[in-house]
Ligand binder design. Structure first.
Ligand SMILES: *[C@@H]1O[C@H](CO)[C@@H](O)[C@H](O)[C@H]1NC(C)=O
Ligand SMILES: *[C@@H]1O[C@H](CO)[C@@H](O)[C@H](O)[C@H]1NC(C)=O
Ligand SMILES: *[C@@H]1O[C@H](CO)[C@@H](O)[C@H](O)[C@H]1NC(C)=O
Ligand SMILES: *[C@@H]1O[C@H](CO)[C@@H](O)[C@H](O)[C@H]1NC(C)=O
Ligand SMILES: *[C@@H]1O[C@H](CO)[C@@H](O)[C@H](O)[C@H]1NC(C)=O
Length: 468
């Protein structure tokens, strides 16, 4: 058994010329299904049966064409960047530099791998689907979607997922039938928008139809961004580049964030805003460019003469994706800013929201769909006023409201309180490194919160199903 998996991987590695790092990634994920990781994890975690009550998860055994095989084509999507470099460290990417302990060049597309690796060390795994409270599908849905979104299968995008559905119907069909899919969940590491093309769009406009297929209505999909009226999906944080492996690393970072000197009032790290049509990014750009001339300088002068800020607005130009795998470009400025602007871009949500929280920079939202309507499991809806600022984009774009004036109007004491609330959110939006210390595992991270939310959601769904 071992040998054949090994041979398979070696031949695959040759065929596709994947590098050693990727090769080991595949090997380790595969060996996990052969119990090795499971055994060490469950003994080190010492989860008792009582603790696992109502929390058992069964990982559905899927053929490698639904996950690992998809990684071997990581450099072959013509309209999509080569993502091979980001497969390292089970999808966390390479470390930002050799001595870095917690920082990686993480690509959010690889959340499917990150999740897969983490669930292998979940303490309440069961091999018996009949006692499971939830069934995880280790399908790399967003990676598989690339061939429809950017590849040769663009005209059959309504078929995305059908092969998986057929497999679930003929291979051990009892697992699906037990709750007709209501207890199944998976991760789809792109905004739901990319998977919700209506089935009758002819020709297709954008996206696959995975979330529009009645076959998958019962399955819970974890996505980084849900639709405005989500049905089966629920949003979980985008992974940032910060993946500590022990409590000391996490605490040292939070301490650094707490004591960082914040010399800029507000920061925008991103691109866009160069088109002529009015939009929020354009308003931010002009307001920042003009901030020295145009801001309500009398109130800013007060802040400046108190030695609080040396700059009103700092922009980090992230056009053309230059920041994506280079967290140093934006994390340093974020540590030095009080407020971080989170305008919608192609879609309402941004990974940058989570980078900002990680840096203790108070997020400023311009629409509810950017976060408040999304991340209820991780960022409690009733606490938004405590950790973020909301400025409706219409007020800025069409009514001339100045962001600077709003932010400068917030009293210092209030700012300090808000930053404290942001600091408290850091652990729950961080995906800690797999195989981390037991001490760190006692703090719930983004993965743990997502599992809690999923189990609760599935429990409610099944209760409804039984009530009829
Ligand atoms: C990978 O790409 C090759 C052609 O480039 C294709 O034949 C193969 O089916 C692809 N494999 C997967 C798993 O998508
Ligand atoms: C998809 O369909 C369109 C319109 O029928 C056609 O122009 C295009 O070549 C097709 N693309 C592929 C990859 O088959
Ligand atoms: C989804 O669940 C409903 C009951 O809630 C059931 O009637 C339907 O057949 C299920 N769909 C699939 C594809 O199993
Ligand atoms: C920026 O300054 C220019 C020149 O003073 C002015 O025309 C423009 O309206 C200003 N833009 C904003 C958004 O204040
Ligand atoms: C500047 O700020 C003061 C105090 O916050 C306010 O009363 C005034 O209307 C502002 N002026 C402009 C031009 O925005």
């Amino acid at each position: 058994m071992r040998l054949s998996i090994f041979q398979h991987l070696v031949s695959m590695a040759y065929k596709t010329q994947i590098t050693t790092t990727h090769f080991f990634l595949l090997l380790i994920i595969n060996s996990a299904s052969s119990q090795q990781i499971l055994n060490t994890e469950s003994t080190s975690n010492q989860a008792t049966t009582a603790e696992c009550n109502n929390r058992w998860i069964h990982i559905r055994n899927l053929p490698s064409r639904f996950n690992l095989d998809l990684l071997t084509n990581c450099s072959e999507y013509p309209l999509f960047d080569d993502f091979c470099p980001y497969l390292a460290n089970h999808g966390l990417g390479q470390k930002t530099h050799i001595k870095s302990r917690s920082w990686y060049r993480t690509d959010p597309l690889l959340l499917e791998l990150i999740f897969h690796r983490r669930i292998l060390e979940y303490p309440c795994l069961t091999n018996d689907p009949n006692v499971a409270n939830a069934v995880f599908l280790p399908y790399y849905a967003a990676i598989d979607s690339l061939r429809y979104l950017y590849g040769p299968d663009v005209n059959s995008s309504f078929q995305h997922g059908m092969e998986l559905f057929e497999f679930l119907q003929y291979d051990e069909p009892g697992i699906w039938e037990r709750h007709v899919g209501h207890d199944h969940f998976l991760v789809m590491a792109r905004p739901a928008w990319d998977f919700s093309q209506p089935l009758d769009n002819d020709p297709p406009i954008w996206g696959t139809s995975f979330l529009e297929l009645p076959e998958f209505y019962n399955v819970t999909a974890l996505v980084p961004e849900g639709r405005a009226w989500p049905w089966q999906e629920h949003a979980v944080p985008y992974p940032t580049s910060f993946h500590p492996s022990n409590l000391a690393c996490l605490e040292a970072w939070i301490q650094r964030v707490k004591t960082s000197r914040r010399t800029a009032l507000m920061l925008f790290a991103g691109g866009g805003g160069i088109s002529a049509t009015p939009n929020i990014r354009r308003s931010i750009r002009t307001e920042c460019e003009n901030s020295s001339i145009n801001s309500n300088s009398s109130s800013f002068d007060v802040l400046k003469s108190n030695g609080i800020y040396s700059k009103t607005c700092h922009t980090v130009d992230c056009s053309n994706g230059i920041c994506e795998h280079d967290p140093i470009r934006y994390m340093r400025p974020m540590l030095q800013a009080t407020f971080c602007l989170q305008p919608p871009g192609d879609t309402p949500s941004r990974r940058s929201t989570f980078d900002a929280i990680t840096a203790g920079c108070i997020p400023v939202f311009f629409e509810e769909l950017s976060a408040k309507m999304q991340y209820g499991w991780h960022l409690p809806e009733e606490k938004y006023a405590e950790f973020s600022v909301f400025i409706p984009k219409e007020e800025v774009v069409f009514k001339g409201l100045k962001i600077l004036d709003v932010l400068m109007g917030i009293p210092r004491r209030e700012v300090t309180r808000m930053r404290q609330s942001v600091l408290e959110l850091i652990p729950r939006v961080t995906y800690r490194r797999h195989g981390s210390s037991l001490g760190l595992r006692t703090t719930k991270d983004a993965f743990d919160m997502a599992i809690d939310g999923t189990l609760q959601r599935i429990k409610d769904k099944i209760a409804n199903l039984i009530e009829g």
